[in-house]
Design a protein around this ligand. Structure first.
Ligand code: LMR
Length: 398
């Protein structure tokens, strides 16, 4: 008798499990609008030129493979902090911000979750409905009770009043996870004015914001996308920020990200940092080097940095252009409803009102893969697949 004969198998992961299914699909005209990965017009996810150049420099100059510090290399952490917060922001210059290199943005979220479970064992974490399917898994694994705050109204737009009403009642010390830009899965971000109200409400409640900043640069620009972060920073409260370079450096398989700790003052930051380091040491010990070295090499060289900003702009412009082409394509295919809202949404994702049955039909009849009840990655659209995808959506929604 097998030791685990009674163990029930787990369902495949909502996103990466679906990608396994996509890879196993033998239909030549299959289309993935599933995983949040940027592809160019040829349908591939390229290595950025700046990343290639940094790789060459690292290879030529490498002298050791010795461990990185627990929180990562200062040559990475400093420039990343400056990129995320702005080098001359008062929170940075006053020593309130410490940035640590983590394995990907997911690693940063998990370190934050583990840290919270140590420093405030009674805290729950509040997630938007809907949110990235991995959020509840990450924080559940860290032992945090999961609570939900509403995000979308019946009209499919951000219901800011209901959202604020619930945030007002969040117990002091609980964590509120906010998507800094390119909300996953809806693509709907708060306006600057709404961010100010969210920041006020969270501050009054005494909650701890955790910002998931996985898509910096993919909405309106590297600095513009931090407007919600800056609104919260201005309140002087304690907060955490999880960053990722999977998307804006296209370093998906290098697993490179960062967790930034912002204390109310430099002393609190130092104490929190010491706990975060203990959390990391008992988990993966210290971060993998290579991806961080790539990011550090690019950010250390002003010319390479400028070139990289251009690469981010190219990706963002293509995504936003795809939104316009998608709306046009849906109209041309006769898909019912108005699709104008897609133009106001930002980042790779939009949530189409499809539902599980239509999502299954898209996949099974047309080889078009989308996540959950209708999250599409508009970056996956190309001149080649746009028309068939729009026709398929029109057919299943007719
Ligand atoms: C996504 O939401 O598709 C991406 O963040 C990839 C992932 O790890 O789920």
């Amino acid at each position: 008798m097998a030791m685990f004969a009674d163990l029930e198998p787990r369902a495949p992961d909502a996103i990466l499990g679906l990608m396994e299914r996509f890879r196993a699909d033998v239909r030549p005209d299959k289309v993935s609008l599933a995983s949040g990965v940027y592809v160019d017009e040829s349908g591939t996810t390229p290595v950025l030129d700046t990343v290639r150049e940094a790789d060459a420099r690292i290879l030529a100059g490498q002298t050791t493979k010795v461990y990185k510090p627990i929180g990562g290399d200062p040559a990475y952490n400093g420039p990343v902090r400056d990129l995320v917060f702005g080098a001359d922001h008062p929170a940075v210059t006053s020593g309130r911000v410490e940035t640590m290199h983590t394995p990907g943005g997911t690693g940063a979220l998990r370190v934050a979750g583990d840290l919270v479970s140590v420093i405030n064992p009674t805290a729950s974490i509040w997630l938007s409905t809907p949110t990235w399917p991995n959020h509840p898994q990450v924080f559940g694994a860290a032992g945090l009770p999961i609570r939900a705050y509403p995000y979308l109204g019946a009209d499919g737009e951000l219901d800011i009043d209901t959202l604020l009403g619930v945030l007002k009642g969040v117990p002091a010390g609980d964590v509120v996870l906010l998507h800094t830009c390119c909300h996953n899965p809806t693509g709907i971000d708060p306006t600057a004015e709404q961010w100010e109200r969210i920041a006020d409400t969270i501050t009054e409640a005494g909650a701890l914001p955790l910002l998931d900043f996985a898509y910096q640069g993919f909405a309106d620009g590297l600095s513009e996308d931090a407007r919600g972060l800056r609104a919260l920073l201005a309140r002087g409260i304690t907060m955490f920020v999880a960053s990722s370079f999977s998307k804006n450096f296209a370093l998906y398989d290098e697993r490179v990200g960062a967790l930034s700790i912002v204390g109310a003052d430099a002393d609190e930051t130092a104490t929190l940092l010491s706990h975060a380091k203990a959390t990391i040491r008992s988990n993966y010990s210290n971060p993998p080097a290579h991806g961080g070295e790539i990011v550090a090499t690019v950010l250390a060289d002003p010319a390479l940095t400028e070139q990289w900003v251009g690469e981010v702009t190219t990706m963002r412009d293509r995504i936003n252009g795809n939104r316009a082409r998608f709306v046009e394509g849906l109209r041309a295919a006769g898909a019912p409803g108005s699709h104008e809202a897609l133009l106001r949404q930002r980042g790779m994702f939009s949530l189409l009102p499809l539902g599980e049955d239509r999502v299954a039909r898209l996949r099974d009849e047309f080889g078009v893969y989308v996540v959950g009840k209708g999250r599409v990655n508009v970056a996956g659209l190309t001149a080649h697949n746009l028309e068939p995808v729009c026709r398929a959506i029109a057919t299943v929604t007719a």
